[in-house]
Design a binder for this molecule. Structure first.
Ligand code: NAD
Length: 479
């Protein structure tokens, strides 16, 4: 199936008429083509967004809210179709797309459709000076939203929904690796009555179409989720142009397990936090640290449970582990498994490609557990972003805290313990933007979401996102 750009409410071919192959990870075959958009397409999208802005920014909050909630409802009505498309495009199990990705995309629109009606500005009475200040929160204008391939529609809408709720018009680019659900979304935008030009979706390569968005002098804010290197590149371009930047980048998240935890809940959750979406979630806990007293028991039980995970075609209901997103990504993950071996890592389970019958060219890999000798080895320091975790024991709280923090990343951490004081001590000292205690990836969309260190700049979620997508203007009146 070929897809097109969505600009000014119309489907458009790329102006260059150049196309990129779109691969199905489950069988390695090309199943469609996507536009290889250029500067000209981004410029057209910008012009459409710019001309929609005066009217959209003056549209009442009730009306914006109504349209966003309508988009959410239409996504729910089309759940099956979207989930199938996401699973085919990304390789993720259909069960995951149906229970997480698409419902969450719908929630993003519903949440920000509601949030914008509750978003208040502040006033400050300057007592003794006969003056009052009030702060306007005005939309920025045309903003750029760029998203990755791992949670395609989920992360695309996490940016777009607050951007348009706040009254901006958008030039958005989904990942070229997984463009399909962003394309399908454009059909829903029409049906929900979103005026033309408010959201323009340009498909294509990061280095061409993405680059054109970040370089555009009049696209005043960039909300980006993706790799740390790309984030650094974007910051370099955007900073001298004084663009507002929100960067959600890579991670290498610790999963810290103490012997006093609820063991079975921890074990089941650790299976998910290690291998959900083939480990391709920025929040996955890829470094598992286990208190020495339960280390051997954990090792045995964890391997036993991982053996039971079913690797299979993403469309099968019983599949736990689908295909990795692309051939090049599969190769990158396999390279890291070789690096682990060179570093004396012991493969406790997995490590090999898998041939799924009938789909021999698909990008399947066994869930892989590597016991490492040192937390400083490369597989413990660098983001692999696949179904690969490392495990090692620790003896004291201080020791594990040091290891947890000794990486360049700082996105999230998971902590398993029933000791309240320890929970407080460790949570306070973890160098991450998010800490989960006795759970993983439990989300409340009102909370600030994002990382520190090389995991990013800024926070998404709740009013934080609405603040990012607006400029504060203070008005001081003397009376
Ligand atoms: P990526 O950085 O390669 O690409 C992300 C997006 O940026 C894509 O749409 C791509 O086309 C675009 N892009 C690439 N080069 C560009 C350029 N020069 N200018 C503008 N846009 C450009 O990342 P990826 O491989 O798609 O995604 C995986 C990465 O995303 C991992 O590092 C993962 O940790 C991270 N991630 C982070 C979060 C988070 O919330 N922190 C969430 C999901 C994924």
């Amino acid at each position: 199936m070929n897809i097109q750009n969505y600009i000014n409410g119309q489907y458009e071919n790329p102006s260059s008429n150049e196309w990129i192959n779109n691969y199905c990870p489950a069988n390695g075959e090309v199943y469609g083509q996507i536009p290889n958009s250029s500067n000209e397409d981004v410029e057209n999208a910008y012009i459409a967004a710019k001309s929609a802005f005066p009217s959209w920014s003056q549209t009442t909050l009730e009306e914006r809210s109504r349209i966003l909630i309508k988009i959410s409802e239409l996504l729910e009505t089309n759940l099956q179709r979207f989930a199938e498309a996401e699973s085919i495009d990304n390789g993720k199990p259909i069960s995951l797309a149906k229970s997480i990705d698409i419902p969450r995309a719908a929630s993003n629109f519903r949440f920000f459709g509601n949030a914008i009606t509750q978003f208040a500005s502040e006033s400050h009475e300057s007592v003794g000076q006969d003056a009052i200040n009030y702060t306007l929160r005005q939309p920025i204008g045309v903003v750029g939203c760029i998203s990755p391939w791992n949670l395609p529609l989920y992360l695309f809408t996490w940016k777009i929904a607050p951007a348009i709720a706040a009254g901006n018009c958008v030039v958005a680019k989904p990942s070229e690796v997984t463009p399909m659900t962003a394309y399908l979304l454009s059909e829903i935008l029409k049906e929900a009555g979103l005026p033309k030009g408010v959201l323009n979706i340009v498909h294509g390569l990061g280095t061409i179409a993405g680059q054109a968005i970040i370089e555009h002098p009049d696209i005043k804010a960039i909300s980006f989720t993706g790799g740390t290197e790309t984030g650094a590149h974007i910051a370099k371009i955007a900073a001298p142009m004084f663009k507002k930047l929100s960067l959600e980048l890579g991670g290498k998240n610790p999963n810290i397990i103490f012997s006093d935890c609820d063991y079975n809940v921890m074990l089941d959750t650790t299976i998910r936090s290690s291998f959900a979406n083939q480990g391709q979630i920025c929040l996955c806990g890829s470094r598992i640290f286990v208190e020495a007293s339960i280390y051997n028991k954990f090792k045995t039980d964890f391997v036993e449970k991982v053996k039971q995970l079913k690797i299979g075609h993403p469309s099968e209901k019983t599949t736990n582990i689908g295909a990795l997103v692309s051939k090049s990504h599969l190769e990158k993950v396999l390279d890291y498994i070789e690096i682990a071996k060179e570093e004396n890592g012991k493969i406790l389970y997995g490590g090999n490609k898998v041939k799924v019958e009938g789909y021999e060219n698909g990008y399947y890999l066994e869930p892989t557990i590597i016991e490492v000798e040192s937390d400083e080895c490369r597989v413990n320091q660098e983001e692999i972003f696949g179904p690969v975790v490392t495990i090692m024991p620790f003896n004291t709280e201080d020791e594990v805290l040091q290891m947890a923090n000794k990486v360049k990343y700082g996105l999230s951490a998971t902590l398993w313990t029933n000791d309240l004081k320890r929970t407080m001590r460790i949570s306070n000292q973890l160098q991450t933007g998010i800490v989960w205690v006795n759970t993983w990836m439990m989300r409340d969309l009102r909370t600030p979401f994002g990382g520190i260190k090389a995991s990013g700049v800024g926070r998404e979620g709740g009013f934080e996102a609405l603040r990012f997508f607006t400029e504060a203007k203070n008005v001081c009146i003397k009376y």
